[in-house]
Design a protein around this ligand. Structure first.
Ligand code: NI
Length: 226
């Protein structure tokens, strides 16, 4: 499931982040690529653990912790500290798949990458190209979102970033280990939660809302890994 999560950051947070990103140190993005994807990857990144990345990463993770759509769709267990990349002057990232397991640098922690996330900082009209293209069973989806919006997609998908032929594309990217490993189970819980929210809103007194909430939690209990 590909899901657009609007307004993860407020316009004020986006503006602050852009100032910090504009002054940060950028290095060759191949530093975090695996052997195979390093051949496909051509972009710039802020080094992992750089103070700017840490500060903005905390802003993003805390915003996500209060975002009902993200929490319902991702059912997050762990969020990898957000990284930041920039594409200019024809840079691109060819088709690849993200590593399944990632070590959180400088810690003993590893996360299984169930979901990938890309949060946009530049407005779509500030650059040409740069679409994030995710291959799923419905074909390739080409995505370019307004600043502060985020795309959440299965980390199992092949994906690429088209060449940026004008301007600059600046994004944060990171991964989520979900309590629900299976994408199909997670989608089902998301659909059920969405339906329960709607039912509870339209018919607050309806007894089925409580019964369905019970079903939701019992499925979560069956499938969740903590
Ligand atoms: Ni990737």
């Amino acid at each position: 499931m590909l899901l657009r999560i609007p307004d993860v950051l407020t316009p004020a947070q986006v503006a602050e982040a852009r100032t910090i990103l504009g002054n940060a140190e950028w290095v060759d993005g191949r530093v975090t690529a695996g052997h195979q994807s390093s051949k496909a990857k051509d972009n710039m990144q802020i080094p992992e653990g750089h103070p700017a990345a840490q500060q903005l990463g905390q802003m993003i993770v805390s915003a996500l912790g209060q975002n009902p759509l993200f929490l319902s769709a991702a059912l997050p267990l762990r969020v990898f500290p957000p990284l930041f990349n920039r594409y200019t002057g024809g840079q691109s990232f060819g088709t690849h798949v993200d590593n399944a397991i990632r070590q959180v640098t400088g810690t003993p922690h590893r996360i299984r990458t169930d979901l990938s996330a890309t949060l946009f900082f530049a407005a779509p009209d500030e650059y040409e190209g740069g679409e994030l293209c995710v291959e799923d069973t419905y074909g390739t989806q080409a995505v370019k979102l307004p600043p502060g919006h985020m795309l959440l997609y299965p980390a199992t998908s092949l994906h690429h970033v088209r060449p940026v032929t004008r301007g600059g594309r600046v994004c944060s990217f990171f991964w989520i280990q979900s309590m629900i490993r299976d994408d199909g189970h997670r989608s089902l819980l998301f659909d059920l939660d969405t339906a329960i929210q709607r039912l509870s809103g339209d018919h607050p007194e309806h007894p089925s809302a409580v019964q369905l909430t019970g079903v939701y939690h019992n499925l979560l209990r069956q499938w969740a890994e903590l």
